[in-house]
Design a protein around this ligand. Sequence first.
Ligand code: PLP
Length: 430
Amino acid sequence: MHHFAYRDGALFAEDVDLRRIAAEVGTPVYVYSSATIERHYRLFESAMRGIDPAAPAPHVFYAVKANGNLGVLKTLAALGAGADTVSEGEVRKALAAGFAPEKIVFSGVGKSESELAFAVGAGIFQINIESESELELLSKVAARLGKRQEAVFRVNPDIGAGGHAKITTGSAANKFGVSFEEASRLYARAANMPGVRMMGLAVHIGSQIRETEAFEAAYAKMVGLVGSLRAEGHRVDRLDLGGGLGIPYEIPKDFDHGPSLIEDYAAMVGRVTKGLDVELGFEPGRLIVGNAGILLTQVLHLNSRPTKQFLVVDAAMNDLLRPAMYEAYHEIWPVAEPAADMRKLAYDVVGPICESGDTFTTDRLLPELKQHDLIAFMTAGAYGASMSSTYNQRPLVAEVLVKGTEFAVTRPRQSYEDLIGTDRAPPWLA
Ligand code: PLP
């Protein structure tokens, strides 16, 4: 469910007419709904809390990589969320948005010495260690700072899943985590290191996963590992189950809102971890922000060929990479509400970038559109703006957060001065 709907013939974000945002901020522009973000966070958090109401509330660390916009982060921080980060930049951004250090976890396969030093120095809650080499480096860095950093091993369970090969992370062929077989030896090794205190395990098997089976198989393996590590005398207090829950990008006409994935997932986690006596953690990203955002764009040109009708819009693959990168599907809604009997045409919707890959969709049946019409790529709140670039020297687009009848630009469109002015000519060409 989301808060983008037609009202009086035009598409609104909550109580704001998208035509107003386009007129005041320009296009392309990402528009986020606070109400949708809040709703999804609350639903997820309460379902996870409901797993074992008698236990301390599980940690919900929002995965900043899905959408690191300051307005989005502040909205989530105000709800009491934690943050899952994967770079020093994300740790810094989370701190700037108001997440307390003790609510921040730091994952990722390639943390550098300076990134680790920054995170340890900031006093973050937990570092998810992904290799033996990282374990050694973290211990050295933390000991040098006179600290013992709380950490978990991210384990690769050799069970991968996800909406696309590029977002599957849990199979043995993927670069993520320490191997399942090595976990016990590494845990024992870490016990003798001065700069780390091992608190438990983490796992994250992929993204856009819409059934619970793969999660269940991976989590069952992790529960087994918790048991064997404890039997070897280790302390295992935390189990971070990662993110990865998928969302509907394509909503079928007969969508019946049957048992929700969140409820199924919570029930499954409850079953698998029953009696384990661990602090649970979760790292949802897409589920929280995916359909809380749209990319609003304008039709620049219609290029009709005998066999093709190209709709050239002002957004491109540098603004929304998912279709080019993962063949991802986004629904396209015209901002002016189409009449039910309006003629439909098959369009290839493309951006201005000089690559054929800059194609959002091919042969998509859409109500007839004309130059300057506004359209919205739906479900663009996750891995949209956060994966954007300035390819083709296109400035980063603006981002807007809506709350009720209000909206605010939470990232202004990048200026050409900022785009060009940060480059430096070498002295011999100055
Ligand atoms: N945690 C980790 C370690 C990740 O790598 C990711 C994304 O790939 C996430 C959480 C968030 O995943 P999602 O947005 O699918 O919930």
